[in-house]
Design a protein. Structure first.
Lengths: 345, 345
DNA sequence: GTGAAAGCGCTAACAC
DNA sequence: GTGTTAGCGCTTTCAC
């Protein structure tokens, strides 16, 4: 009874019809701009809606036309600095198409994802934008069985039926590693994101490919598995340091791990970039606020969010039927943490 | 027709009733745990829902019971580092009560706020959590006329009818300023947030009160009006520097302005905290990643978001009828930018 | 305890 | 063009 309380009167299409002395069908027609209606009645109806402050009830409309004009957005955690820009891109695009976006944080738990999918389904959302936590086809299959359009954000799933938007992670990692090599680094440590995520795995392979193409032996003692978190970046470097294994650079699979890494280096009195050069991935806002300014691979996160909704809406409307994969091109942002723009040898 | 496509069959309560050989009323009763029903029928119905993978249609339910189990969350911008934690608090609390949260970014524009309020109303949300951009009673009045429960986030409105949750901004600003004074600072510049916001105005008054209680003359040449943005913090200091007016500390009304301020100081070769001590407000995550670590006033942002939903739900259910104002107590986080923990004179 | 039926507010045939 | 009416999927009287 939330919106029916107090002295507030819930105005329905019936009230408008009565006031304008027409049928409810006519009111509906006029408000939806379908069919032709006489200007005379249109005017009367419009006046009545104003006078009564009528706001159509979208719940009833949704039930009738089987279209809720809302979409679900499932992400791991809005507090992770990667996501705000993505979410904003999604919301801005959704707004243009008049969709409400329902935000869901899963903390990367498959079980939570499943719950939210069912929750969103019971709300009969028209589509879901989904940043999966693990490359787990179960939830994608669930979505598929529910028959609800999906677009995967920042993830790729083998042979998936859903559309997806992502950045070329392999290329980005290749560029980052290449950049370090070109600065004369040879012992480049790598902090991976979760290899279960496509983004994690692809970045790892980009790193290896770059080494290969410069004839540098891949050394697994220099490779660490992180979890895309500050703490895991810090821990990786601490382990590396304790191993006393030599290294002159670090490529971290995302910016917060890179920052965690630098923090740890600093803690041990190692200077960045003088002693060790560091490159991150994502180009979150913090990358340009942190000291040293972080050299990183930029992903157009906001645009990815926007594009995802563009695709999703196309699927919802039926404009597009087969899955499409949009892959954005990453960009190397050279800043202080890798030694800046000046040449080195 | 989004969820009715392909080979997917939309299962309704009718299908379940048929399969379990009972009436739809019985199915409804069992699923909602109202009334008493015979265990026999209950079992049959539950089995049928499993077999058919029935998921109740919340849209229909919402129409019938006039309760959409969704709430709107209106904020200026999720990309502003203050908001992710707030949003997360809101969402986590909403989840517990089984509400969907619809996210809306207004960029602080009154007109956008109004549009979103109407949008949310047409969706018949059960309540709205609202971080107003300007102390504009119009939108609050609109909300009120729609009869929809509201709780104001991080804002206070004079004589408002809505509940609100905020931090004691005056006290926080007082603590920040006092801290600087106790470190021997006397010429403390102040960068205000928008004075049109309660948070902005209250922090300004806390700053002034602290000066007063230490018999330091308030000097308006040291006071600048910012906009809670990085750029405005930077610009304020640049103006201050150009004025060649003496100062030995800065209290900025939020952390990103403080960081903007420090960036500008650095740009001009001024060291923090050696030459100028700086204190911020909010304690966003960045405050502990930035160098120097930022001394700041901590607001329990996540908890504020949670509490807001607690209040909102109480209003929705009718458990609470008159507005309540929850004010959290701020906490001084002493870090490097003000000179750290060591004493100074 | 259970079923029949009304009705939430809307759209879309279908008649006229 | 416009009105009448069925019905979207559910909850809830009201009978029995």
């Amino acid at each position: 009874m939330a919106y029916d309380k107090g002295n507030f009167r819930n105005v329905t299409i019936k009230d408008v019809a009565k006031r304008a002395e027409v049928s409810i069908a006519t009111v509906s027609r006029i408000l939806n701009g379908k069919d032709r209606v006489s200007p005379l009645l249109a005017e009367r109806v419009l006046l009545a809606t104003k006078e009564l402050q009528y706001q159509p009830n979208d719940v009833a409309r949704a039930l009738k036309i089987k279209e809720s004009r809302s979409i679900g957005l499932i992400i791991p955690d809005i507090e992770n600095p990667f996501f705000p820009a993505l979410v904003r891109g999604v919301q801005d695009a959704a707004k243009i198409h008049n969709y409400a976006v329902i935000l869901c944080n899963t903390d990367g738990k498959t079980e939570e994802e499943k719950k939210y999918i069912q929750f969103l389904y019971s709300k009969r959302v028209d589509g879901i934008a989904f940043t999966e936590s693990v490359d787990n086809k179960k939830n994608i299959a669930l979505l598929d069985s529910l028959g609800i359009p999906v677009v995967l954000l920042d993830r790729r799933v083998e042979g998936m039926k859903a559309s997806g938007v992502s950045t070329d992670n392999r290329l980005g990692a290749f560029m980052a590693t290449k950049h370090l090599i070109e600065r004369g680094k040879r012992r480049i440590a790598f902090i991976s994101g979760s290899p279960k995520l496509s983004s994690g795995a692809e970045r790892a392979s980009g790193y290896q490919d770059a080494l290969l193409s410069y004839n540098i032996q891949y050394d697994k003692k220099l490779a660490f598995i992180g979890a895309f978190t500050y703490e895991s970046g810090y821990a990786a470097v601490e382990n590396l340091l304790l191993s006393r294994y030599q290294f002159d650079a670090i490529f971290a699979s995302n910016d917060i791990m890179a920052i965690g890494a630098i923090e740890c280096l600093n803690q041990y009195g190692i200077r960045v970039p003088e002693d060790v050069a560091v490159v991150g991935f994502d180009d979150i806002r913090l990358a340009t606020w942190y000291k040293p300014l972080l050299t990183t691979i930029r992903q157009p996160v906001y645009e990815m969010g926007q594009y995802a909704i563009k695709l999703l809406v196309e699927h919802i409307t039926g404009e597009r039927s087969s899955p499409y994969e949009k892959i954005f091109v990453p960009e190397l942002m050279i800043r202080q943490s890798s030694g800046g723009l000046e040449e080195s040898k």
